[in-house]
Design a protein around this ligand. Structure first.
Ligand code: NAG
Ligand code: NAG
Ligand code: NAG
Ligand code: NAG
Ligand code: NAG
Ligand code: NAG
Ligand code: NAG
Ligand code: NAG
Ligand code: NAG
Length: 612
C-alpha cells in the first residue's frame, strides 16, 4: 500500500516541480528521496523559497549599473494562474535523457554540490541539448533526476506531442494549475504550523493532500481530470480556508510563496534569451543551504511560545543618546554577520542598538537567529516591513505603476532607506548598513563627526583612477533638461553601504518628500536607472558630506586586486558587486573577513550543510 502511494507521489511531485519549479531549477539540487511526512514538506518549501530569493535578493541590491530587468513582485489573483502554465512542461524531454544512467546523474549532483549551481552550458554541443530553442538556455537539471518513473512519464508523454511547442504558447489548464497551487498552500501550512497545534486540522490537511495528489495522478491537462479529482479539489479548498483562519500568519506566507513562484517563472520567461541573465541570476541565487537554515529557524520560531519571542532591553530602542545602526535585509546570515561584526568590533557594545528590518517571510527566521545568538551586550530590534502601515499608504500613492518590470518598484526593502526618519521617528542619527558589509573596527568615532549641517555622510566614488569610479550620468539621464537644470554631471558621487544619516536635518529639509517628487518625475520620463543609487544621488544632492575613505572600503564583490593595506585599514568592508561572500562565486581572498563572523559549528549550520 505504502509502496503504491509512493509510486504515485513521485510523478505528481515531479509534475508539480516541473511546471511550477523547473524554470529556475537549473540551479540544481541534490537528488531527493521522497519520504512522506513533515520533513518532505519542509524540503519542498525550502525549494520554493530557494527560488524566490533570486528575486528578492536582487531587489535589495543597489549595485550601480545593473540593468537587469525583472518582474514586479505582485500577488496574483487566482484566475491569473492559467496564464502561468506554459506548455513548456515536462514532455519536451527526449527519452535518451531519461535513460541516462545513474552515473550521469550523480555527476550532476556532485557538480551542483560543489558549485552550488549547474549552468547548463549554452554552447554545449551534447546531444541532450539539441532540442527546441527554448530549452537550450535553461536546463532544469533536477528534472532529469526526478523523472525516474518512466512508466508514468511515458503515459503522459504518449498523449501529447513532443517538441512542438514554442514558449509563447500557454496552456489553459486552470484546474490543474489550481490544484497544484492548493498543494503548495497546504504544504506551506503544514510546514509552518506549530507542532502539536490543532492536530486535527493538520491531519485533515495531510489527508487532503494525499487525496488530491492521488486524484491528479500525474494528469497535466484539465480534460484528463476525473470528476472525483474536482471533488477533491473542492474539499481541499474548504480545508485550506479553515487553515487560513487557524494560522493567519501562515496564510500570508503561503500567498507570498505563491506570488514568488509565479514571479520567478515570469522572470525566467522574460529573460530566457539573455545569456548574461544566467550569470546575474546565479549571483543572486542564495545557496540552498541558506534556505534550509531559514526554514529550520522559521519552524523553530513558531514552536516558541509567544512570550519567548521577545528581546530584552526594548526601552533602549528609542534612546537617542545611544548609537543606532540599521540594516535592511532578507538574508539571515548576512544580517548575522553585519550585527556580529559590528558588536564584536565595538569597544562599548552596550551603547549599540541594532535595528534589523526584513519582510514578513523572513521575520521569523531572523528573529529566531538572534534569539539563539544574542548579540552580546548590544540591543537588537527586528521589524517587518509589512507592519509599516504608514508605508503601505505611501507606496500606494507613489509606487504604483502599471506594466512595470523594473525591480525598483518591487523592492520595497531597497527603497525603504528613503524613509529612515519615519521608521525611527525618535532618533537623531543613524548609521545605515547594506547587508553585504563587515565591520572591522570600532565605529564610535563616527558619532562625533561634524556633519556640517548635511544629511548624509558617505565615502566618495568620484576618483577616476579607482575601480569604484562613477559619474552622475552613468545612472541619471542627463539628456533631459529636468536633470541638467538641477544637477551637475561632474558632481562628486558617493556610495551607499555605510552611511551616517542626520535624521533631524533630513526631516528639517523634508528630503523624503523630495525623494517622492523625483520618483514621480521618474514615472513620467526615463530619468533614473534602476536601483536606489541614482535617486539617492539626486535626493542627497547638496546634502552629502564626505567621509574619510578609510571608513568604508568598497569593491570586495567585484574588484580582484584590492591592496591588502587598504583592506586592513578599512573600518567597514563592503562586498558590493555580484560576488557576495556567502556565494560560491565570492572572491576567495576576501571571504575570510566575512566567514570569521559565522559560527559554522552551530548545529543549524551543520544540519543545513552551510560551510565556509
Ligand atoms: C532522442 O535523442 C536521440 C539521440 O540522442 C535521437 O536518436 C532520438 O531520435 C531522439 N528522440 C526524439 C523523440 O527526439
Ligand atoms: C510506453 O508506452 C508505450 C505505449 O503506450 C508502451 O508500449 C511502452 O511499453 C511504454 N514504455 C514504458 C517504459 O512504460
Ligand atoms: C499545449 O499542448 C497541448 C498538447 O500538445 C496542445 O493541445 C495545446 O494546443 C498547447 N497549448 C498551447 C497554448 O500551445
Ligand atoms: C530577447 O529579449 C529582448 C528583450 O528582452 C527582445 O527584444 C528580443 O526580441 C528577444 N529575442 C528573441 C529572439 O526572443
Ligand atoms: C493600496 O492599494 C490596494 C490596491 O490598489 C488596496 O487594496 C489597498 O487597500 C490600498 N492600501 C492603502 C493603505 O491605501
Ligand atoms: C533621456 O531623456 C530623454 C528626454 O526625456 C529621452 O528622450 C531619452 O530617451 C532618455 N534616454 C534614456 C536612455 O532613457
Ligand atoms: C545645490 O546647490 C547649488 C549651490 O548652492 C544650487 O545652485 C543648486 O540649485 C542646488 N541643487 C539642488 C538640486 O538643490
Ligand atoms: C514636507 O513636504 C510635505 C509634502 O510635500 C509637506 O506637506 C510638508 O509641509 C513639508 N514639510 C516641511 C517642513 O517643509
Ligand atoms: C560573533 O560570532 C563569533 C563566532 O561565531 C562568536 O564567537 C561570538 O560570540 C559572536 N559575538 C556576538 C556578539 O554575537
Amino acid at each position: 500500500m505504502k509502496k503504491i502511494n509512493q509510486c504515485q507521489r513521485i510523478p505528481i511531485l515531479f509534475l508539480l516541480c516541473f511546471t511550477v519549479l523547473a524554470p529556475l531549477l537549473f540551479v540544481s539540487t541534490r537528488l531527493k528521496n521522497f519520504t512522506p511526512g513533515r520533513k518532505e514538506f519542509v524540503e519542498d518549501l525550502s525549494t520554493f523559497k530557494y527560488r524566490t530569493d533570486t528575486v528578492k535578493l536582487r531587489a535589495i541590491e543597489q549595485e550601480a549599473g545593473e540593468d537587469l530587468k525583472g518582474p514586479k513582485l505582485f500577488v496574483y489573483e487566482r484566475n491569473n494562474l492559467d496564464s502561468v502554465v506554459s506548455n513548456s512542461s515536462s514532455n519536451r524531454r527526449n527519452d535518451s535523457k531519461h535513460s541516462e544512467n545513474n552515473k550521469d546523474r550523480s555527476h550532476a549532483a556532485r557538480q551542483s554540490k560543489s558549485t552550488g549551481y549547474v549552468f547548463h552550458p549554452l554552447h554545449s554541443n551534447g546531444t541532450s541539448h539539441e532540442r527546441k530553442e527554448e530549452n537550450k538556455y535553461i536546463q532544469p537539471e533536477r528534472v532529469s533526476s526526478m523523472s525516474d518513473d518512466k512508466r508514468q512519464y511515458n503515459q503522459s508523454r504518449s498523449r501529447h506531442n513532443l517538441n512542438l511547442r514554442t514558449p509563447t504558447h500557454r496552456a489553459i489548464d486552470v484546474k490543474v494549475k489550481e490544484m497544484k497551487d492548493q498543494l503548495i498552500r497546504a504544504k506551506a501550512y503544514l510546514s509552518s504550523a506549530p507542532p502539536g497545534s490543532n492536530s486535527h486540522l493538520v491531519r485533515e490537511l495531510r489527508v487532503r493532500i494525499r487525496e488530491l495528489e492521488r486524484a491528479m495522478g500525474g494528469v497535466m491537462w484539465d480534460k484528463d481530470l476525473s470528476r472525483s479529482a474536482l471533488q477533491k479539489m473542492k474539499s481541499m479548498e474548504v480545508s485550506l480556508s479553515k487553515a487560513g483562519h487557524v494560522f493567519p500568519h501562515c496564510s500570508s506566507m503561503a500567498t507570498k510563496l505563491r506570488a514568488m513562484t509565479y514571479n520567478a517563472e515570469e522572470q525566467v520567461r522574460a529573460q530566457k534569451n539573455q545569456t548574461t541573465f544566467l550569470i546575474k541570476l546565479a549571483a543572486r541565487t542564495t545557496p540552498k543551504a541558506l534556505h534550509c537554515l531559514s526554514m529550520q529557524l522559521t519552524a523553530q520560531f513558531f514552536a516558541l511560545p509567544p512570550e519567548e519571542r521577545q528581546f530584552p532591553n526594548q526601552q533602549k530602542l528609542h534612546d537617542a543618546d545611544l548609537h543606532h545602526y540599521a540594516v535592511f535585509s532578507d538574508n539571515v546570515l548576512a544580517c548575522a554577520v553585519v550585527v556580529n561584526s559590528t558588536v564584536s568590533s565595538a569597544k562599548d557594545a552596550e551603547k549599540i542598538v541594532f535595528h534589523v528590518v526584513t519582510d514578513s517571510l523572513n521575520f521569523p527566521a531572523i528573529s529566531m537567529w538572534f534569539l539563539l545568538n544574542r548579540p552580546g551586550k548590544a540591543t537588537i530590534h527586528i521589524q517587518s516591513i509589512d507592519n509599516f502601515d504608514w508605508l503601505a499608504a505611501k507606496y500606494n500613492s507613489t509606487l504604483r505603476r502599471q506594466n512595470s518590470h523594473d525591480p525598483r518598484y518591487a523592492s520595497s526593502l531597497n527603497h525603504l532607506r528613503f524613509y529612515l526618519p519615519e521608521i525611527f521617528p525618535l532618533l537623531n542619527k543613524i548609521v545605515f548598513f547594506d547587508h553585504d558589509v563587515v565591520v572591522q573596527k570600532d565605529l564610535t568615532g563616527l558619532w562625533s563627526l561634524n556633519m556640517k549641517g548635511k544629511v548624509n555622510g558617505a565615502v566618495e566614488t568620484c576618483l577616476e583612477n579607482e575601480a569604484s569610479f562613477r559619474q552622475m550620468d552613468l545612472l541619471i539621464n542627463f539628456s533631459d533638461p529636468y536633470v541638467t537644470k538641477r544637477f551637475d554631471a561632474k558632481a562628486c558621487t558617493w556610495a551607499f553601504g555605510m552611511n551616517l544619516f542626520d535624521l533631524k536635518e533630513w526631516r528639517r529639509r523634508n528630503l523624503t518628500a523630495l525623494y517622492h517628487k523625483y520618483l514621480q518625475v521618474g514615472y513620467k520620463k526615463p530619468l533614473w536607472k534602476a536601483g536606489s543609487l541614482p535617486l539617492g544621488w539626486a535626493t542627497f544632492y547638496n546634502h552629502t558630506v564626505t567621509l574619510d575613505r578609510s571608513w568604508h572600503r568598497l569593491g570586495l564583490g567585484y574588484e580582484l586586486g584590492i591592496r591588502q593595506d587598504s583592506i586592513d585599514q578599512a573600518a567597514v568592508l563592503h562586498y558590493d558587486g555580484v560576488m557576495k561572500p556567502w556565494l560560491d562565486i565570492g572572491i576567495a581572498r576576501y571571504k575570510s573577513y566575512w566567514t570569521k563572523h559565522v559560527n559554522y559549528d552551530h548545529p543549524y549550520l551543520q544540519q543545513c550543510n552551510v560551510h565556509g
